[in-house]
Design a protein around this ligand. Structure first.
Ligand code: GUN
Length: 302
């Protein structure tokens, strides 16, 4: 059997078209568009490329978008003052401080300074709490887990009563996706197990999974024979395992490998995300969804 490919690149296009149409409608009716500011400190090449993609996507959707680039040596106090400025800016609905920040700045302090009602990353403790409570309390689910849930739902995978096993317990992916899948509601209601580096029998847990979410950051950690035939496999791993010359551009690019051995796993799974082109494209997409949601909350449309 060959699994159905869950293509993040295609699901992204569907969602972005939906967001774009809604932005146009709101603009016509209410005369406003979602406003997103991305604060970038320093010149980390990976951060620059993430931020560039965020800006490009926001522009395509008709958002008001501000890229605020600050030098590597900005003081913590000045960065906090900058966050506060955007907290007070009526035209801004979403504030994103690109991580990592330079070592002299306390990342937690900065993230906690963002107005929880503009925290479209969903990293503020208030939003982590809202996610834990679930239901109508939830404002901004963090973008990667939100993208994972959206992929599962749009692939038509039954989640209610399903055995969902999450490999990894990070604050950004493992913990929130586990929490989201066990909530009451559509696209959830699963029986969730979280496994991690100290788990005794990883294989036995994975073999039970109807939905297997792997976010460990270890290339090829999950062996194909650990996959239950027909399972939905979401591979969040993006591991650089080498370099190659791009056929398109002739430039050096990274060879990326997921946490699951894709070629063999696809012969066993019912549906599976590729790496790259699976979960990756969903993160920026859900950031746009959260920014639109923020404006809708403000306008009383949600
Ligand atoms: N750095 C890498 N990924 C992310 C993300 O999703 N949000 C923020 N703020 N920084 C990041």
């Amino acid at each position: 059997m060959t699994a159905k490919l869950i293509k993040g690149t295609e699901i992204r296009e569907d969602i972005l078209e939906e967001v774009k149409a809604e932005v146009a409608q709101i603009k016509e009716k209410h005369g406003v568009v979602p406003g997103l500011v991305t604060i970038l400190v320093g010149e980390n090449p990976a951060s620059i490329s993430y931020v560039t993609l965020k800006i490009k996507t926001a522009n395509r959707l008709g958002f008001k978008e501000i890229q605020d680039t600050q030098s590597e040596d900005i003081s913590e106090a000045d960065l906090l003052a900058l966050v506060d400025k955007y907290n007070k800016d009526e035209a801004i609905n979403g504030i994103l401080v690109q991580l990592p920040l330079p070592k002299h700045i306390d990342e937690k302090k900065v993230l906690n300074a963002i107005d929880p009602d503009k925290d479209v990353d969903g990293f503020h403790p208030v939003n982590v709490g809202r996610l834990m409570i679930g239901g109508k309390e939830v404002k901004f689910p963090p973008c990667t887990p939100a993208g994972i849930q959206e992929m599962i739902v749009r692939t038509g995978v039954e989640t209610s009563g399903a055995e969902c096993v999450v490999v990894g317990r990070s604050n950004i992916v493992g913990k929130p996706i586990a929490n989201m899948m066990l909530q009451k509601g559509d696209g959830a209601n699963a029986t969730v197990t979280v496994v991690h580096t100290r788990t005794k029998d990883l294989e036995a847990h994975c073999k039970r999974a109807d939905i297997l979410v792997v976010a460990a950051g270890v290339p090829g950690l999950v062996k194909p024979q650990w996959i239950k035939p027909g399972a939905c496999v979401i591979d969040v791993g993006v591991n650089r395992v080498g370099e190659k010359i791009s056929e398109k551009t002739g430039k050096k690019i990274a060879i990326l490998k997921g946490d699951v051995d894709f070629d063999e796993a696809k012969e066993i799974a019912g549906s599976i995300t590729p790496v790259p082109g699976g979960v990756g494209p969903m993160t920026v997409t859900m950031l746009m969804v959260n920014t639109l949601k923020s404006l809708k909350f403000k306008l009383g449309l949600m």
